[in-house]
Design a protein around this ligand. Structure first.
Ligand code: PLP
Length: 460
């Protein structure tokens, strides 16, 4: 009984929403965030307090305590959900943290397209309606050697739209060794089915021969599909059919050959001493009728799916009503155009495009940033922490170069009593959050993708 009486007294001591809103501590937040956010924060704080009293976790109701709850609630309600994070993971193109960072030229183009009207689908020469693809099509043609190109929302959409346009209700031949699954539920067999096509698997997991494709071609065949096995490698007793062999076969039987490149680089990475990745132009030269690849993987631009190839087929793809549902928006096209322009100057693209710059960055430069960052971290973290610069390994990510590592410099942070999870959590709670990784039971920060040493200092 006494307990119930006590709770009733506490509940009566909780102020009402209107009363709290008049508190002078809230006049500045009201001006800054508006009545909606502040009222919601007050309601949330009071609700929390009430349930705390009822379940016995709150045993006193103090004015200062309530106000602190309200202010912290305002802070969390008004904080943007998408926030900047610092990538010290060692994965250069990390899907979970937004893949490629745009170059400054692309960011500026996006800014202008966002804040103004643009000639997106307006032909400035005639004053009439235009075509949104024109802004990037010439560039893609020049950079890949393709006859025509179009852009959609992402590469998954590019594959879906291509299959649906060219092979709906018909058969798509694909090797069993290439039935890929990319993280986030992109599974080739399912995409083929959702595109309205019938999958005709040929070969085995490790070996597929030209004869396998040949014997699968029937009047029902609409296309031969080749997928870059971007996130895995089949090694050992293996055989695949090259794109050029498929192109010859396709031509002979009038069946288009489509290749999903996944990452699809526009430059030959081998020239930077990096492991080979398929180059879009090479696939076109090898005879692919259509290629598809992502804008935000190795290309280093905004999220987009690029479809390039034979004009006749691209025209059909453009006319598909589904194109409208998956088309790229003005911000994407603006960012993509600016990114593609950098590739017109191949000698400088690797220094201007963040993804390529990080991939090709020299160990000496990475080490210099690491030494500086280690010094800042030692001073900031203080007693008990051990901070050391060590050799490590970065990966490209986004399915590119699976199993291949690029030497890097990392900072290992450890503590006498706090474990690596605790240290990782502390870096995650920084503003902006610093994302490292735990390797062999230690927290490490890969400095390959860090330009400014102070970025990894977990200040709040
Ligand atoms: C990444 C990838 C996709 C999906 O591309 P998104 O741009 O993420 O939609 C499709 N196919 C392959 C081979 C890939 O590597």
């Amino acid at each position: 009984m006494k307990e119930i009486e006590g709770k009733k007294t506490l509940l009566r001591a909780i102020p009402g929403v209107d009363e709290l809103l008049k508190d002078p501590h809230l006049s500045a937040p009201l001006t800054e965030h508006g009545a909606g956010v502040v009222t919601e924060a007050v309601r949330k704080a009071l609700d929390e307090l009430r349930s705390g009293v009822l379940n016995g976790t709150v045993s006193e109701v103090a004015e200062g305590g309530i106000m602190a709850m309200v202010l912290s609630s305002i802070a969390s309600l008004s904080r943007p959900s998408i926030r900047k994070v610092i990538n010290a993971t060692g994965t250069i193109i990390h899907t979970n943290i937004g893949r490629a960072m745009l170059c400054s030229e692309a960011a500026e183009a996006v800014r202008i397209a966002a804040l103004s009207n643009t000639n997106l689908e307006f032909d400035l020469a005639s004053g009439g309606r235009g075509e949104r693809d024109v802004h990037v099509e010439e560039l893609i043609k020049r950079l890949t050697g393709a006859e025509a190109a179009t852009v959609v929302n992402n590469n998954a959409a590019a594959v879906l739209l291509t299959l649906n346009t060219l092979a709906e209700s018909k058969e798509v031949i694909v090797s069993r060794g290439e039935l890929i699954e990319i993280g986030g539920s992109f599974r080739l067999p399912e995409i083929i089915k959702k595109s309205g096509c019938v999958m005709r698997e040929v070969g085995t997991t490790n070996r597929t021969h030209p004869a396998d494709y040949l014997s699968a071609i029937t009047p029902d065949t609409a296309l031969i599909f080749k997928a870059h096995t971007s996130n895995y490698r089949v090694v050992g007793f293996t055989a695949g059919v090259s794109l050029s062999e498929l192109a010859v076969l396709g031509k002979k039987h009038s069946v288009p050959v489509v290749e999903d490149l996944g990452s699809g680089s526009l430059v030959d990475l081998a020239s930077y001493d990096l492991p080979d990745e398929p180059v879009a132009g090479e696939s076109i030269r090898a005879g692919a009728d259509i290629i598809t690849f992502s804008g935000d993987k190795l290309l280093g631009g905004p999220q987009a799916g690029i479809i390039a190839g034979k004009k006749e087929l691209i025209d059909m793809i453009r006319r598909n009503p589904l194109k409208r549902a998956v088309r790229a928006d003005k911000l994407t096209l603006a960012g993509l155009e600016a990114t593609l322009r950098l590739y017109l100057d191949p000698a400088r693209v690797a220094s201007r495009l963040p993804t390529l710059r990080y991939m090709t960055r020299g160990l000496g430069e990475i080490e210099a940033v690491a030494m500086k960052a280690a010094e800042l971290l030692r001073a900031f973290l203080g007693e008990g922490f051990t901070v050391s610069v060590e050799p490590g390994e970065s990966v490209v990510g986004a399915g590119a170069m699976p199993g291949r590592h690029i030497p890097t410099k990392v900072i290992a942070v450890s503590h006498a009593t706090h474990g690596p999870d605790e240290i990782a959590a502390r870096f995650l709670s920084a503003k902006p959050p610093v994302i490292g990784r735990i390797h062999r039971d230690r927290f490490i920060l890969d400095m390959r993708t860090i330009d400014d040493a102070s970025d990894v200092v977990p200040s709040s």
